[in-house]
Design a binder for this molecule. Structure first.
Ligand code: FAS
Ligand code: PHB
Length: 390
């Protein structure tokens, strides 16, 4: 097989890159290690920056999002009992947020790729990237047969546990990592969500009320890393969630049976550079952020915006300017989101080694954020997502 760009991974990054390259007439093939059903069974992100909404619309996959997505002017934070503030991104950053689940985005991208007749090879094994510094190729096995794709570039969109990042020699990579001493226990329930997206910093730990659509709610509570899901029947989850919110919110939470329950560990991770030879990394393959700032999926989308522009400029205009600047440009936005997500995680969670001073400092920072327009403006522009570089 021969193509211009071999894309490894059919998550949001890989599918969106395939879609945008196709729209620019750049030939590509997507390789995915899981089945399509498995990819679509994942429950992950839920909040989109406005920049991501615009990219999805420009990519021709915005219709269902426009119809079913839920616009939010802001996200609330509650702390120390009844204190409450709103990160009003419409007022302080002149743009709303959009609640629309990653699963829906993946479904919409698959539908667009199907309509375009895009080859996506699922359930591949033993993917190996070759000759990334000269004329790259990718080998993989499918149904016991070894296949080879000759290509001009490889896009590593295969997530944190993929093969692309590790195809860059360790001596050529710099890794930055912070692992947090807790996780998020999340559930999905077919119940009406509360109106707003609300984060809680409570003495019992972090919690979050979010949503996917008018009959699908997403909730999280901070939990210990060794938490066993078997110890968390639905009743216990609902009781703990409500205990972390003031009664005005707790009393409005409509409970019901969970249709999905999982624990996500939290980590901050960035691997530099995001390019080596003719391999370009995008999304979780290059970086992971704690979900506190709702940045993971949004960073995957901005990486793809930059990479699709770079590759289409190269193929359609013989201009490698954006290829040369891709890693530095993408990393500037990645580090902005990684630092913000780390900061918000420190502000809203309870850490095992925190003492009275730490807790008082958290409380004071939230009090200050609620009273300082300058600070609120700065936090909102970061939560809404910093602009993409031209
Ligand atoms: P993905 O991991 O989504 O996709 C990579 C794809 O590559 C997968 O389909 C995988 O099967 C495939 N692959 C892996 N190795 C391969 C190989 N060798 N060959 C071929 N294919 C291979 N972000 C938020 O903003 N908010 C959240 O609430 C949130 N919750 C999350 C919960 C969990 C449990 C996880 C893991 C992540 C969460 N994230 C959240 C982050 C998440 O949304 C990611 O940022 C997003 O999926 C990134 O998309 P991709 O880069 O495409 O990576
Ligand atoms: C979600 O809806 O899953 C969600 C919302 C906000 C976050 C993280 C996750 O910060």
């Amino acid at each position: 097989m021969k193509t211009q760009v071999a894309i490894i991974g059919a998550g949001p990054a890989g599918l969106l890159l395939s879609q945008r390259l196709d729209l620019e007439g750049v030939d590509n093939i997507v390789l995915e290690s899981q089945s399509r059903e498995h990819v679509l069974s994942r429950i992950r992100a839920g909040v989109l920056e406005w920049g991501s909404v615009e990219v999805l619309r420009e990519s021709g996959v915005g219709d269902r999002m426009n119809a079913e997505g839920h616009l939010h002017d802001g996200t609330d934070i509650v702390w120390s009992g009844t204190n409450r503030l709103t990160l009003n991104t419409r007022v302080y950053a002149d743009r709303p947020m959009m609640a629309y689940g990653q699963t829906n985005i993946t479904e919409d991208l698959y539908a667009a790729r199907d309509a375009a007749g895009q080859p996506i090879v699922h359930e591949v094994e033993e993917v190996v990237l070759h000759d990334l510094e000269s004329t790259p190729s990718v080998t993989f096995s499918k149904n016991g047969r070894v296949e080879r794709i000759d290509c001009e570039f490889v896009a590593g969109c295969d997530g944190f546990h993929g093969v692309s990042r590790s195809s860059i020699p360790p001596t050529q990579r710099r890794e930055f990592e912070k692992v947090y001493p807790f996780g998020w226990l999340g559930i999905l329930s077919e119940t009406p969500p509360i109106d707003e997206i609300v984060y809680a910093n409570s003495e019992r730990g972090f919690a979050l009320c979010s949503q996917r659509n008018p009959m699908l709610s997403r909730y999280y509570v901070q939990c210990a890393l060794d938490t066993n899901l078997d110890d968390w029947p639905d009743d216990r989850f609902w009781e703990e969630l409500k205990a972390r919110f003031p009664s005005e919110i707790a009393d409005s939470i409509i409970t019901g049976p969970s249709i999905e329950k999982s624990i996500a560990p939290l980590r901050s991770y960035v691997s530099e550079p995001m390019r080596w030879g003719r391999l370009f990394l995008a999304g979780d393959a290059a970086h992971i952020v704690p979900p506190t700032g709702a940045k993971g999926l949004n960073l995957a989308i901005s990486d793809v915006f930059y990479l699709a522009r770079a590759l289409s400029r190269f193929f359609n205009h013989h201009d490698d300017r954006y290829l040369e600047s891709y890693s530095d440009m993408a990393l500037r936005r990645v580090w902005g989101a990684a630092r913000f997500s780390w900061w918000l995680t420190l502000l809203l969670h309870r850490f095992p080694d925190q003492g009275p001073f730490d807790l008082r400092a958290q409380e004071q920072e939230l009090d200050y954020l609620s009273t300082s327009e300058a600070y609120m403006r700065s936090v909102c522009e970061q939560y809404a997502g910093l602009p993409f570089e031209s």
